[in-house]
Each structure stands twice: as structure tokens, then as C-alpha cells.
Design a protein around this ligand. Structure first.
Ligand code: UTP
Length: 246
């Protein structure tokens, strides 16, 4: 399995430190957050990890170039202009040319405490003939408009077959309270869809919009994973992350 970590975002919610320190490099114990994410990918079976950075975030590359013990090959892609998560994923397309297996996508600023979701998602994907799977969490109504929200038909207590996805809906428009939560296993068709994806919410190229189009040709499942997701991309979320990992 191959993994992809978008880590090229500007990190405006964590200024001023992110002027020089990428949020993905903030320490959780003695390791930068992104190292824990790479370890989650490797534990789920990834033998190659492609990290998308911007020219300002070269320090991430310097960090991994110094790690001889990592049991996966790390490759690099560059997003020069921050045009959204979907656009960041698209910049890594070349590294996945000719692939037919789903790609594990882990957001560089999302850590999960407790059971790691990636390995369980890979198992669900295999059980459904290498289908795409998105990690989900329940969110309170007042936070629904911050996330991509899904609709689907339940398969069991934690798994559903998706019928729709909407990026940042109002609570009235939202089809459920299940939010896409930082982990994805995506059929490589998603790269071609992203290449023709017009800007969506906020004028950014949205990964959620491309997955919505993927749904019309390929099955996509949702998995409400048992671990707890933490957003290290803002000071409050970062403090919660440190408490959870302490
Ligand atoms: P966020 O949605 O947290 O966006 O990105 P951001 O731009 O980094 O942060 P703010 O809103 O300015 O504070 C989620 C993940 O996607 C990456 C980020 O690095 C983060 O790991 N991302 C986001 C990109 O790689 N490129 C983008 O254009 C946007």
C-alpha cells in the first residue's frame, strides 16, 4: 500500500508560530506530529509515503531525510500555491500513476489517539474488493458546518455505504452528523477527478467534491473509527492533543 500526506497548508489558524514552524512539525512528546502520522501509515501496511509540502516547509523534508530507520520509502511532492486539500492531493498524482489499489491519505494535521484508524480502514477496503473508505466521526450540530458530511446506508454499527458527501454544509442542509475525519483510502481514479475538479467551497479545490463524483462509478464506504481525532492545526486543538498523548 502507498500513502499520501498533504502537509502544504498555510496554517493560518496557528499564526504566528507557523510563519517559520510548520504545524506538522509541532512536537508531541519528542516527535513531530507528522512522524506519528507516518508511523500510523507504516503500521497499516504502507511501504511508500508521499508527503506534499510547499517550498516554505522544506524543514519537513530535512527532518525525514535524516531518518535512516524509517521502514518506508518517503517521496516528495510540491504544492507551490495553496489552492485547497484536493489540489494538494492532486500534486502527488504522478507518484500513483498506474496504481490500481486504493491510496491511504492521512491529513498532516490530524492525529488520532486510541486505536489507529488506518489499519482497520485497510481491512474494510479489502473486505469490499479494494473499495474506497473514508474515516468518520460524529460531530455536534454546531460544528457540522466545519466539515465534510456524509450520507449513507448502514452496514453495521460503524460502517456505512455512502450515498452522498457535502463539504461544509449548514446544519439544516447536512445529511447526517457524520464528518469526514482526516483519514481516507481512495481509489486512484480520484486523481483524474481532481484534475477536472472546479473550485468549490471557499474557492478551494475540495477533496470531498472529487470523492462525491467518485461515488457515481465506484463504491465508497464510511467507517466511524473508535479512536479520537485531534486537530493540531490550532492552539486549542494542539493542547488537547498533548493531553491525550501524554
Ligand atoms: P487545513 O484545512 O487545516 O488547512 O488543512 P490549512 O490551510 O493548513 O490551515 P489554516 O486553515 O490556514 O489554519 C488540512 C491538511 O491539508 C493540508 C494541510 O497542510 C493539512 O495537513 N493542506 C491544506 C494542503 O496541503 N494544501 C492546501 O492548500 C490546504
Amino acid at each position: 500500500m502507498k500513502a499520501l500526506i498533504p502537509a502544504a497548508g498555510r496554517g493560518t489558524r496557528f499564526l504566528p508560530v507557523t510563519r517559520v514552524v510548520p504545524k506538522e512539525m509541532l512536537p508531541v512528546g519528542s516527535k513531530p506530529a507528522i512522524q506519528l502520522i507516518v508511523e500510523e501509515a507504516v503500521a497499516a501496511g504502507a511501504d511508500e509515503v508521499v508527503i506534499v509540502i510547499s517550498p516554505e516547509k522544506e524543514i519537513i523534508k530535512r527532518y525525514f531525510d535524516g531518518d535512516a530507520e524509517l521502514s518506508a520509502r518517503v517521496r516528495w511532492a510540491c504544492q507551490a500555491e495553496q489552492r485547497g486539500l484536493g489540489h494538494a492531493v492532486l500534486q502527488a498524482a504522478e507518484a500513483f500513476a498506474g496504481e490500481s489499489e486504493p491510496v491511504l491519505v492521512l491529513l498532516g494535521d490530524a492525529l488520532v489517539s486510541g486505536e489507529a484508524p488506518s489499519a482497520a480502514m485497510a481491512a474494510i477496503s479489502r473486505a469490499h474488493g479494494n473499495a474506497s473508505v473514508v474515516g468518520l466521526e460524529r460531530v455536534p450540530r454546531e460544528r457540522i458546518s466545519r466539515y465534510g458530511i456524509v450520507a449513507g446506508v448502514p452496514e453495521d454499527d460503524r460502517t456505512l455505504k455512502l450515498t452522498d458527501l457535502v463539504e461544509k454544509p449548514s446544519p439544516e442542509e447536512a445529511p447526517s452528523d457524520l464528518a469526514i475525519a482526516g483519514r481516507y483510502l481512495l481509489h486512484p481514479d480520484v486523481f483524474a477527478l481532481l484534475a477536472s475538479q472546479p473550485p468549490g467551497h471557499g474557492g478551494e479545490i475540495q477533496l470531498t467534491d472529487a470523492i462525491r463524483r467518485l461515488l457515481s462509478t465506484r463504491p465508497v464506504f464510511g467507517f466511524r473509527y473508535p479512536g479520537r481525532r485531534h486537530d493540531i492545526g490550532n492552539p486549542g486543538g494542539y493542547l488537547e492533543t498533548l493531553q491525550a498523548f501524554a
